[in-house]
Design a protein around this ligand. Structure first.
Ligand code: ATP
Ligand code: MG
Length: 559
């Protein structure tokens, strides 16, 4: 389906109506992460949606850091977020924006509200403020400080700004209605005293604006036309509009909500992911088991496959949980089409082909990089008298189902000869350490002349010329289908076997200068992507290759 044939989602419909009615001339959106952690798969949805809308309608999307909570934020997160957005394939309009760069304007507008008699400095403690607020069935009570004079409010607010008071001693609140049916409208706090430094503004400020106050005004300053956020903000919309209606803002943005992306077996909350990092449950935010964009990238998920997955989940206002296999389907689909093929033996078993001459036995064979795509070219395979096959591809006796190498039976080596096994050699513990076999002459690209066909096809590499590598196999991080549902402690359902490390794996020589842009399909095994822990720029003896299993060839998620 081309882009113009796809049915419109509800936000696209709204935008098309706004364009048709002339209400919107240039679409402006924004993606507004708080830099308090790395982005995860849920954010990918917001990114694809916001940047996608701008792109579809010839508009622009800003990347704005919603940095109003300095105690939890960090420039490390700012950098990682920029990197992730770019990697996903999107470009923001001009400079990166920060809510903190609007702090002066926000302060002036707060002064404006005080002068209008619509904001006041309140001395209630946090607990008292909560008590005065009432609840869903009971109206709140007015703060005793609600009727302070404009002069007193201006004086106190200025002194709050200048750092005269302790954290939490006072706050600035807007005067709306303490009996309002929507709790968000009961004189919400718009400034808190926090005597801490900010990663962008240093020690300039002692007061920081609330998210609700900063967000919509940031939208208005940037000329955002459609401010798209997740459903939990629906309840905040009246407050969003109240600010826009009561302040001399330069434009009038509108907020639209859609439902969050939830994927089963995953935890997606920066706070919870941070706990996994802080407690060393994983090796950092970009651990390939993490549902972060950086983790998925390191694991080998492509940007295209993530975009395709997000597209497949649609945009609605209905909450739901998407199956993990839907994400994996997109990954497999993209990799199957675009991954170069290679052979790698994860659990090597030596096979000596005794009828190949000992001297000058090396043969160079040519194999396609992709079975269906000639455009991807070919590679050279080295065939020798001694090869490795996977331990799991050999059995002494075998059975009907086992279509691999068995004593007295034949199998084809992928892209090479048909061989027949003669004998298994065992160590003193009875473990098979080598197999003696022979090649069937004339079977390069042909079936055996005697008509006895091989049972199946297995992968192999030369035991004399190959590359040694480490392979990391990943499994789900949590065993529970909904690790944090209903307030469950997700730390209790951690899968102890989420990482298995195999060393001494043997790859074909084409892996000596590995591709770093896309995973390989290790034939018959799955998709494997070069990990950042690799070092392959040195002499061959000392190079270190580490591959992450991106995903297996088939869906085994629910088995
Ligand atoms: P988290 O709970 O993971 O910290 P958040 O909503 O607090 O998420 P923000 O940095 O505030 O994180 O989010 C930036 C944008 O991404 C917001 O517009 C938010 O609505 C959106 N977003 C966050 N999580 C999801 C999700 N699971 N699905 C869709 N959009 C999301
Ligand atoms: Mg948040």
């Amino acid at each position: 389906m081309t882009d113009t044939e796809k049915p419109l989602n509800f936000i696209q419909k709204i935008i098309e109506e706004d364009i048709a009615s002339g209400k919107t001339t240039q679409v402006q959106t924004r993606f507004p992460p708080e830099p308090n952690g790395y982005l995860h798969i849920g954010h990918a949805k917001s990114i694809c949606l916001n940047f996608g809308l701008a792109k579809k309608y010839g508009g622009q999307c800003n990347l704005r850091f919603d940095d109003t909570n300095p105690e939890k934020e960090d420039v490390e997160y700012v950098e990682s977020i920029k990197n992730d957005v770019k990697w996903l394939g999107f470009e923001w309009a001009d400079q990166v924006k920060f809510s903190s760069s609007y702090f002066d304007q926000l302060y002036d507008w707060a002064v404006y509200l005080i002068k209008e008699g619509k904001a006041y400095v309140c001395d209630l403690t946090q607990e008292e403020t909560r008590e005065y607020r009432g609840n869903l069935t009971e109206a709140g009570k007015n703060s005793p400080f609600r009727e302070r004079s404009v002069e007193e409010n201006l004086d106190l607010f200025e002194r709050m700004r200048d750092g005269e008071f302790e954290d939490g001693a006072r706050s600035l609140r807007v005067k709306i209605d303490m009996a309002h049916g929507n709790m968000q409208m009961r004189d919400p706090i718009i400034y808190r005293i926090k005597n801490i430094e900010h990663h962008q503004t240093g020690d300039k400020w002692h007061i920081y604006p609330s998210y609700d106050y900063a967000h919509g005004q940031g939208d208005a300053i940037e000329g955002v036309t459609h401010s798209v956020c997740t459903l939990e903000f629906a309840e905040h919309q009246p407050l969003y509009n109240w600010f826009i209606d009561n302040l001399p803002v330069p434009s009038k943005p509108r907020q639209y909500e859609f439902s969050r992306l939830n994927v089963n077996y995953l935890v997606t909350s920066k706070r919870k992911l941070k706990q996994l990092v802080d407690e060393n449950v994983v090796n950092g935010w970009d651990d390939p088991r993490m549902p972060t964009i950086s983790g998925m990238r390191r694991r080998g998920y492509t940007a295209q496959s993530i975009r395709n997955f997000i597209e497949s989940t649609g945009v609605t206002r209905v909450d739901g949980v998407v199956d993990m296999s839907q994400l994996e389907f997109s990954v497999r689909e993209d990799l199957n089409e675009n991954s170069p093929r290679a052979m790698c033996i994860l659990r090597p078993l030596k096979v000596t082909l005794w009828n190949v001459p000992e001297e000058n036995s090396t043969e160079y064979l040519v194999a396609p990089n992709h079975p269906q795509r000639e455009d991807m070219g070919t590679r050279t395979l080295i065939f020798d008298r001694e090869i490795y096959i996977d331990k799991e591809d050999f059995q002494e006796e075998g059975n009907k189902k086992f279509k691999r190498l068995v004593i007295g039976k034949r199998v084809r080596l992928r892209n090479a000869y048909v061989i027949e096994a003669d004998e298994a050699i065992k160590d003193s513990n009875g473990e098979i350490i080598e197999v003696k076999a022979r090649i069937i002459e004339g079977t390069l690209g042909n079936n055996p002349e005697d008509g006895i066909k091989p049972k199946g096809v297995i992968h192999w590499v030369s035991a004399i010329q190959n590359v040694d590598c480490e392979v990391r196999l990943y499994d789900r991080l949590f065993n529970d289908i909904a690790p944090d549902a209903g307030g469950k402690d997700y730390m209790e359902s951690l899968n102890p076997d989420s990482l298995e490390v195999l060393t001494g794996c043997k790859g074909e020589v084409s892996l000596q200068s590995p591709r770093t842009d896309i995973p390989y399909q290790f034939e018959r095994e799955g998709y494997y992507f070069l990990d950042a822990d690799s070092d392959y720029d040195q002499d061959l003896e000392n190079q270190r290759l580490v591959f992450n299993r991106t995903i297996g060839l088939r869906d085994t998620w629910d088995k």
